[in-house]
Design a protein around this ligand. Structure first.
Ligand code: BMA
Length: 864
């Protein structure tokens, strides 16, 4: 690649710039238009108080016009909201200091979706894409003193129906668009608007189609120059040096000669005189960092971020400045032909890395409710569970900057979908132009984040088109011509516009047209590309088939469970406490959901005695499925190099595939995933012929350990044991022990009341991994009533520690507290003759006596 030996610069002029500004110099005034807002339905007369950012729904809730849409069946009574047009207004003051600036522009960071914006009664902007921020010059409409801003949101349903009508043909039926719940019959409109798909419903989400000002509105003003964007391209990276190219976009009000300064980690790096023309200037400045520290994913090393500051000065006067952080890394997707097909793996800084993580959906239907704390919590939940990758799925949103900041900081790579999922979209010129604008805006906004690993065109549109019967359906009802038109629309977006935008603006990052597809971009296969395995769940196949369906990169698979009872209580009444009640069914959007859970449960667990027990056992069942899948994927590395399950989180309280419920509570599966994704993990694998102990290591170095395997009865007596010194090979999955071949004479005698434990012991005698293996399914185990002893040891304001022990095996202990907080471990098996110490991190100050009194401990034994 090209490297500039001397500090050269290039000046290019482009016409306009509407991308997010991040100038933080005193010359740049930024005023948030946040207060005095009111709203009403256009046809109403009574104005109500509004907060910003928000949505119509959250403002109606705040005004007590509607009740909590997530409670019981309320969602169904709120379908009128999306049929109306809504108006927002405010009055804000402009003082002389702001008004005197040469340039004044609004930055509407996110409007959902069809907004008409009037400043002092002049129409200044019309929008049609919630994923795009809009900048618009405002100076000529403003005055010193009071100014009015009115925003009228056209109903997305009204506009959607018009667009649907105007298309001239019909798109295939998109399974997740709940048009009937919305009173639209079969008239689906989701795909016509560049708006989060899940707002129209999904198989884990309600239909609540929002409108509103979902991101902040800024009024920005400056003189002479501002920095619109800084992008650091990593041209060449080695142990000795990082050669970077800094691309800077500067907007000026006149031609000037200025000094540009670059600081790296607060140290002056460069000072240079540059000439800028009036308008938008693009300059490029090479940077070299000696002996760079590389950025690593969670579990492999540090996440060093270099702070790059760019300043523009005219003499001593600071005109503009910009600051951002970058990590230095090389990341490639390796698709290499081999004897079976073609690999698909990520190589980070020269090392193949197995990707562990999940798919992510927006954290709330009402996006304005997601706080910084929620983002911190969700990313912490990824880190704590040993993830190194998250897939931002295409039916939601391009996430807020803070999401990616936190991923950068915590070593979580992002598989970033463009926002298209499970449907075919229109392909008319205005739609395509809108998509291009959206792609440019978001690629440019997000490309500087070290965490961005891959851009993916869509979620399952390709497989849906090919395999869900759509082609025949359209051919039979509308003819081959319509089939061709729809397919052309697909190709225009995913094979032309999006890859071109990525190539132009983020050429370092890999583009993948659709998930899942084969290496050739055709039907997904197990031998190349990425894969979504849904035969477990979708086709009711045994969860043991996870052991056979091993792809090169598993980007989706999953199994549902219910939230725990404490969560269910929040959105139901006692009369709803059956999974087939109207309310519980409304909070279960997969039409095969309840039946599937019951069917799989029957084969793995004894029938739970009541509703509460059913919810809890559903979580154990989900954990079991995740365990079989994750172990299979990791065991089969390097053939398979990724396991991203469906899905980490929820957007409302619901039975779903999530491992953390809407209220932030870890389900059993999240605790289990944390263990299964450990950097070094032991796993048993049994089939008809063998019982092997595999150890998978993601580490970059070999590790010496003692592998101890013991056979216990449920009272905790050791029946057989063996111990072996081993070297766990770095970044490898291998078999370290064959149980059948050794002297485990008691192995098959009492399979219903014995179990194996494998321990990995470090040189300092610390057990750093423990895996329990049962020879039978949970419903075959002869559990007896345990006496669980526990005491709550001292507390501080952050929480308490609980000591636990038992006289006989406790299967899946369940610790519960009414205090809001998080147990460090839960749903695990408690072995006799051992002491366990569990921390409880409290969100509020804790009263130890009350906590002890209210602590509830149960286990699988109590469910039947
Ligand atoms: C996947 C996803 C989602 C869906 C999930 C569960 O394929 O892409 O569309 O919610 O399955 O059905």
């Amino acid at each position: 690649m090209m490297f500039y030996k001397s500090y050269r610069y290039l000046i290019l002029i482009i016409a306009t710039c509407f991308f997010t500004s991040c100038d933080n110099s005193p010359n740049f005034i930024s005023k948030e238009i946040k207060t005095n807002w009111q709203f009403k339905a256009v046809k109403d007369t009574l104005w109500l108080k509004a907060s910003i950012p928000s949505s119509i729904h959250t403002n109606l809730i705040a005004n007590k016009i509607i009740e909590d849409p997530f409670y019981r069946l309320n969602e169904h009574d709120l379908q009128w909201i999306d049929k109306k047009d809504w108006e927002y207004k405010t009055v804000f003051t402009v003082d002389e200091t702001l008004f005197d600036k040469e340039k004044i522009a609004f930055n509407f960071k996110g409007l959902d979706t069809y907004a008409n914006i009037y400043l002092n009664d002049s129409l200044i902007l019309k929008t049609d894409n919630m994923f795009v921020g809009y900048k618009v010059n405002a100076k000529k409409y403003l005055k010193i003193g009071k100014n009015s801003l009115n925003i009228i949101f056209d109903s997305p349903i009204k506009i959607g129906l018009l667009k649907r009508e105007a298309l001239g043909y019909q798109l295939p039926n998109a399974v997740n668009d709940q048009s009937e719940n919305g009173g639209l019959g079969k008239k689906q409109v989701a795909v016509f608007s560049r708006k989060a798909g899940y707002h129209f419903g999904w198989d884990w989400g309600p239909r609540l189609v929002t409108s509103g000002i979902w991101q902040e509105i800024q009024l920005n003003a400056w003189n002479t120059a501002t920095i619109n964007d800084v992008y650091v391209l990593q041209q060449n990276l080695s142990k000795e040096s990082a050669q970077l190219n800094t691309k800077i976009e500067i907007e000026t009000t006149r031609a000037i000669t200025t000094q540009i300064y670059i600081k790296i980690d607060e140290k002056q790096y460069l000072e240079k005189e540059i000439e800028l023309k009036k308008g938008v200037n693009k300059i490029e400045i090479p940077i070299k960092i000696n002996n760079p520290e590389f950025w690593w994913t969670n579990g492999l090393g540090n996440q060093k971020l270099y702070k790059i500051d760019v300043q523009l000065k005219e003499g001593t006067k600071l005109l503009a400045s910009n600051s951002h952080k970058i990590g230095l890394k090389t990341l490639k997707v390796i698709q290499q032909k081999d004897s079976v097909g073609e690999s698909f793996y990520f190589k980070l800084n020269g090392h193949a890395v197995f990707m562990k993580g999940a798919n992510y959906i927006p954290q709330d239907v009402f996006l304005d409710r997601v706080t910084t704390k929620d983002y911190e919590k969700v990313i912490k939940n990824m880190v704590d569970a040993n993830y190194n990758m998250i897939r931002v799925w295409g039916g939601g949103i391009y996430e807020n900057d803070i999401f990616y900041d936190l991923c950068d900081k915590n070593g979580i790579l992002v598989w970033q979908d463009f926002m298209f999922a499970c449907a075919m979209y229109p392909g008319d010129t205005s739609f395509l132009e809108n998509v291009k604008k959206e792609a440019k805006y978001n690629v440019k906004r997000l490309r500087s984040h070290t965490s961005i690993a891959l851009w993916c065109g869509n979620n399952e549109n390709f497989v849906a088109w090919k395999n869900w019967g759509w082609i025949d359906q359209i051919k039979n009802s509308q003819g081959q011509e319509t089939v061709d038109v729809i397919w052309k629309g697909y190709q225009d977006v995913f094979h032309k516009i999006l890859p071109e935008v990525v190539a132009e603006l983020d050429s370092d990052t890999f583009y993948w047209a659709s998930s899942p597809t084969s290496a050739k971009g055709e039907d997904a296969t197990l031998t190349s590309g990425d894969y979504h395995y849904w035969r477990v769940w979708g086709n009711q196949e045994s969860i043991l088939t996870y052991n056979e369906a091993i792809p090169r990169f598993m980007s989706e698979y999953g199994f549902q469970s219910f939230p725990d009872f404490q969560s269910v209580e929040k959105y139901t009444e006692e009369q709803d406490w059956s999974i087939y009640s109207e309310v519980m069914q409304s909070h279960q959007r997969s039409n095969i959901g309840n039946k599937n859970i019951e069917m799989y449960m029957e084969s793995w667990y004894k029938k739970p005695k009541d509703f509460k027990s059913f919810l809890y056992v559903s979580q154990l069942l989900q954990s079991k499925a995740m365990q079989i899948a994750i172990e299979a994927h990791r065991r089969n590395m390097p053939y398979c190099m990724g396991s991203l399950y469906w899905q980490i989180n929820d957007c409302w309280p619901v039975a779903s595939w999530s491992t953390i419920d809407y209220y932030g509570n870890w389900k059993a599966a999240h605790y289990h995933v944390k263990d299964l994704y450990k950097p070094i993990k032991t796993m048993f694998f049994k089939n008809d012929k063998k019982l092997e102990v595999h150890i998978v290591s993601d580490k970059l170095k070999d590790k010496n350990a003692v592998l101890r395997i013991k056979l216990f009865n449920f009272k905790g007596e050791i029946l057989d044991q063996v111990e072996k010194n081993i070297t766990i090979k770095s970044n490898t999955s291998a078999i370290y022990f064959d149980v059948n071949k050794t002297g485990f004479t008691n192995l098959n005698n009492n399979s219903n009341n014995t179990f194996l434990v494998a321990e990995l012991v470090a040189e300092n005698d610390v057990v750093f991994d423990e895996t329990i293996f049962y020879l039978e399914k949970p419903n075959q185990l002869e559990l007896s009533k345990p006496t669980i002893k526990y005491s709550v040891l001292g507390s501080n304001k952050n929480g308490v520690e609980i000591e636990i022990s038992t006289n006989t095996l406790v299967k899946n202990i369940n610790l519960k507290s009414s205090v809001k907080g998080h147990f460090s471990n839960n749903y695990f098996d408690v072995l006799p003759n051992k002491r366990y110490y569990i921390k409880f991190d409290s969100e509020t100050e804790i009263n130890i006596e009350q906590f002890t009194k209210e602590l509830k401990i149960t286990s699988l034994f109590d469910t039947y």
